[in-house]
Structure formats: C-alpha cells, structure tokens
Design a protein around this ligand. Structure first.
Ligand code: 5RP
Ligand code: MG
Length: 221
C-alpha cells in the first residue's frame, strides 16, 4: 500500500551552464527537488550547485556527483555550495559513502543525505551495509546508454525496486521517464521520480513538469 505521493525531481544534465540555468528558472518552482546533473557538473563544476542554491534558497538540491572516491571532500565541497544531498555510485567503498555522509551532515545537519546510485552489479548484502551505515536512499537507474540500446523497464526491475523498498530504503527511480511509463510503478511506494530530458527537452518544460505532477497525482492520489 502506498504511504505517500512520490516527489518530482528535475535533473539538469545540460552540457553548458546557461541552458541548465534557463531550464532551472522555467521549471524549478514546479518540482519538489532540483538536481545539478552529472553531465553539467562534469562540465562546469560545483558552481552549478552554488548558483542553483542562490536561485532556489529553500529547495532540496541534489548534486548528482555519482562519487566513487574522496567522498568526504566531494561532499564537503558540494555541501558548502548548497547541496543538501549528494549521490555516490554503488561501487564506491563503504568508507567513501560514510565519509560523504559525515561531511554532508556536518554542513546540513540532519538534512544532509547520501543517495546510492544503482548501476551495473550490486547485491542486497551490500545494500544492507548502506542501511546499517545510515544511508537509506537509493536511486534505481535505467542507464541512458542501456536505454539507447533498447532496454526498457521490466518486471525484474520492479521486483528489485519492491525488494529495496521492503528492506527499508526510500527508492527513487530514473532513466528515460515519460508521463506514460509512470503507470508501470503504480502500487509501489516510490520516493521520487527523477526526470531529465522528459522535462528539460520538452517544447514547454514547465508544462511538461505540470503533466508529470498531474500523472503522479492521478496514480498516487
Ligand atoms: C543519468 C542521470 C540522469 O540525471 C537521470 O537518469 C535523468 O535523466 P533522463 O530522464 O534524461 O533519462 O543521472 O545518469
Ligand atoms: Mg542525474
């Protein structure tokens, strides 16, 4: 049974700062969470986070660093720029994740969180160690490149998502989402739908965000 309505997060994966900020200004007020996307962070660095924080002082802001090492330093740098949450890749070591969590919490108090990005191979045993370390958010991902090769959401994905929710994780879902495929997740307690191109590359991004919200409301009431 659903306990709550999923959040909507926009991912800003632009290749240059100006377009990311333009998209942020047009949709930032429509969504619950704003993501400084990996693509843009790799291009312009944490100044993206800093500017977004200036534009949206009260929004939850995620730095999608997919951090693999130096967790404490990367988390500190992004938190000082205004990130509340930061992502670590699932193959990062537990000490990296713990160091990232410690650093982001030192700056954000209890609002600082690490999210683990699930790509490739990972195990439920590993996932249990994240929970034990106080990390209770994971992001279930369909990789952009896998989608381009024709992979789609399947029952297997839904079963894994269910299992992670039952373990006690808040599970966000992302990768090529459009308003039509949200229905696939009906009945699941999804924490957040993370949408990039489905919003930012729409002819009218703010309207696209509103359509996602309406669909979430229709399905999760
Ligand atoms: C890719 C990401 C993206 O930000 C996320 O998957 C959303 O992108 P899109 O909706 O455009 O697929 O983290 O690694
Ligand atoms: Mg992202």
């Amino acid at each position: 049974m659903n306990k709550r309505r999923p959040n909507l997060q926009v991912a800003l994966d632009h290749s240059e700062l100006h377009s990311a900020l333009k998209a942020a200004v047009s949709v930032g007020h429509e969504v619950d969470i704003i993501e400084a996307g990996t693509v843009c962070l790799l291009q312009v660095g944490s100044q993206l986070v800093e500017i977004l924080r200036g534009l949206f002082p009260d929004k939850t802001l995620v730095a999608d660093t997919k951090c693999a090492d130096a967790g404490g330093t990367v988390a500190k740098n992004n938190a000082l720029c205004g990130a509340n949450w930061m992502t670590c890749i699932c193959s990062a070591t537990l000490p990296t994740m713990k160091a990232a969590r410690k650093a982001i919490q030192e700056i954000n108090d209890k609002n600082g969180e690490i999210q683990v990005e699930l790509y490739g191979d990972w195990t439920y045993e590993q996932a249990k160690t994240w929970l034990d370390a106080g990390i209770s958010q994971v992001i279930y991902h369909q990789s952009r490149d896998a989608l381009l090769e024709g992979k789609t959401w399947s029952e297997k994905d839904l079963d894994k998502i269910k299992k992670l929710i039952n373990m006690g994780f808040r599970v966000s879902v992302t990768g090529g989402l459009d308003t039509e495929n949200l229905e696939l997740f009906r009945g699941l307690d999804i924490f957040t739908f993370i949408v990039g191109r489905g919003i930012t590359e729409a002819p009218k991004p703010a309207e696209a965000a509103q359509e996602f919200k309406a669909e979430i409301l229709r399905i999760w009431g």
